[in-house]
Design a binder for this molecule. Sequence first.
Ligand SMILES: Cc1ncc(COP(=O)(O)O)c(C=O)c1O
Length: 391
Amino acid sequence: MDIQAFRNDTPGCALHNHLNNAGASLQPLPVIQAVQNYLTEESLHGGYEMAAKYAPEIAGFYDSAARLLHAKPHNIAYATSATDAYFRALSSIPFEPGDVLLTTDDDYVSNQIAFLFLQKRFNIKLLRAAKLPEGGVDPQSVKELMEAHQPKLVAVTHVPTNSGLVQDVEAIGQLCQERDVWYLVDACQSAGQMPLDVAKIGCDFLTTTMRKWLRGPRGAGFLYVSDLALGAGFEPIFPDLAGGVWIAHDHYEKEKTAKRYEQWEKNYALVLGTKAAIDYANNLGLDAIEAAVTDLADYARHQLSSLPGVRVLDRGLRQCGIVTAHFEGIAPEAIKKALEAANIHAGIGTTANAYIDFTEKEVTWALRLSPHYFNTKTEIDMAIEALSGIQ
Ligand SMILES: Cc1ncc(COP(=O)(O)O)c(C=O)c1O
């Protein structure tokens, strides 16, 4: 990997030590230019006219996203965030009172809140599988709960927001396929960081955002919907004229492709920025990206654990580019201040972001460093130096 070339392509690299790619990454020039050029043209020539002129490029988004996931373009829907994509998918599962939704302790906070809402409003039953001693969901527990409760949906977050854990989504996908159970995967923190293959995962839905590891614009995301889910006639609450065609007084016909999950109105500058970002990742290769990210994250974990009073919190058999640590006896504000003074970007998570995980780890907050492939070990060293002097 020519790290310097990627840094030259990323204007923000010259300004900051950006170790907050799990929050929002820095965009490379092709993304910045795609968004800015479209907005300029749109402001001069009209929104509908520009959408028509750029129709082939806009259609190219579906090809690019499909290539990223090893899917087909008709399985892809555009969304305005990972949560938007996720809620559209979740809303399309025809839950009945008493139905079981099986998830994990490490699923994303907003997903957990939505499950709890479904439990409250529609009387579904929420179950969470047990963990392995090393951390991460135990596929055997998933299997046993599936056999005992026949869930309508299994929902797993591939990489949680709050730790470096990578869940074994393929093993759970196989269990779902063997039992014809609908399977929803939140790939918000894995897309753009590691290879994703929806056939290997065996999921019916997979959702992601653009601003994180994919290095795209904010306010954009997308969704994969399997042929099986499309064929079952699932629709999100509420389809609009992108999701259906009004053909009679009291009748509309469903859109055949995953565009059934979209809304008609879109910010096409962001669609083109999204396409540029996915192309950038596809051209680089997700295997190479994962290798570079994992190398930096392992290095950061090693360096952090050598600091007195610092506990690295990441668990699980497989770990990725999210590095979390707790500093005994130090206030998170002091960490923020020290990093800010050294021009270093990082995240701080709290119990509200990961209630079960943080409660079990007996912490109320954690520092999150998330290096991308364009970061360097020197930048990690600078962060360690800034963190080592905190009182
Ligand atoms: C694992 C995971 N899922 C979903 C989301 C939500 O993404 P968005 O803010 O784009 O809706 C996040 C955001 O941090 C996340 O980390």
